[in-house]
Write a protein that binds this ligand. Structure first.
Ligand code: SAM
Length: 206
């Protein structure tokens, strides 16, 4: 499991690592661009909206939303990722925060049209994910939605198949989403849209 220092070290060549895995249709980032594009298109349904990004990284997705007029708040625990993302989005409110501690007080009174998170929540166990997502629900505006793009599978059988195929680089310290397991822990509407053999988008609303 990478610490914030691990992500600081990865930050400068993060985009390149993703690109290589993406272009070769390999775990973990197969479908990355399509996943981010799916969320981009969903958020763009509303103009000038309020968006919270959990684990924005180098800002690949949020900086596109920022350029299109959306107001961005974000949480990430890597100071290096924050400095790369802040340089692309000078007016975004980016907070250094470890999500394993829940949510920071600075955003608790805010309301968002969209809460997005890509390739970050797999650092939480399923119970932690369910509790974290439950704490995000009060931050949604009426009709607001949570969009999660991540390494994910419809069933554990599919996860195990991918694990066998990718055993050389599989990370056993991470907790990937399995739709039929996580949806049973959540008390909210939860749709899953598979995009690649190891990734997809969840849409969660009250
Ligand atoms: C794999 S990157 C994904 C970045 C970006 N969302 C994307 O899709 O390219 C994961 C990001 O989550 C952040 N992160 C991981 N664990 C975290 C935690 N416990 N609290 C806050 N941020 C975390 C990392 O610093 C990193 O920027």
């Amino acid at each position: 499991m990478l610490t914030n220092q691990g992500f600081n070290l990865w930050a400068d060549n993060y985009d390149q690592t993703v690109q290589i895995s993406e272009e070769n249709n390999l775990y973990p980032f197969a479908g990355y661009k399509k996943i981010l594009n799916t969320i981009f298109n969903e958020v763009m349904q509303k103009e000038n909206s309020n968006v919270l990004d959990i684990g924005f990284g180098t800002g690949v997705l949020t900086s596109k939303l920022y350029e299109n007029g959306h107001q961005i708040d974000g949480l990430d625990f890597s100071s290096k990722m924050i400095s790369i993302a802040q340089s692309k989005m000078p007016n975004a409110n980016l907070f250094k925060w470890d999500i394993s501690k829940g949510l920071p007080s600075e955003i608790l009174e805010n309301k968002y049209d969209s809460i997005i998170s890509t390739y970050t929540l797999h650092h939480l166990t399923d119970e932690e994910k369910a509790s974290f997502i439950t704490n995000l629900i009060p931050l949604l505006k009426k009709e607001g939605k949570i969009f999660i793009g991540d390494i994910s599978f419809e069933t554990r059988v599919e996860l195990d198949k991918c694990r066998q195929e990718s055993i050389k680089y599989w990370d056993d310290d991470e907790f990937y989403f399995v739709y039929d397991e996580i949806s049973s822990l959540l008390k909210y509407q939860c749709e899953f849209h598979p995009i690649s053999h190891c990734g997809g988008v969840f849409i969660i609303s009250e």
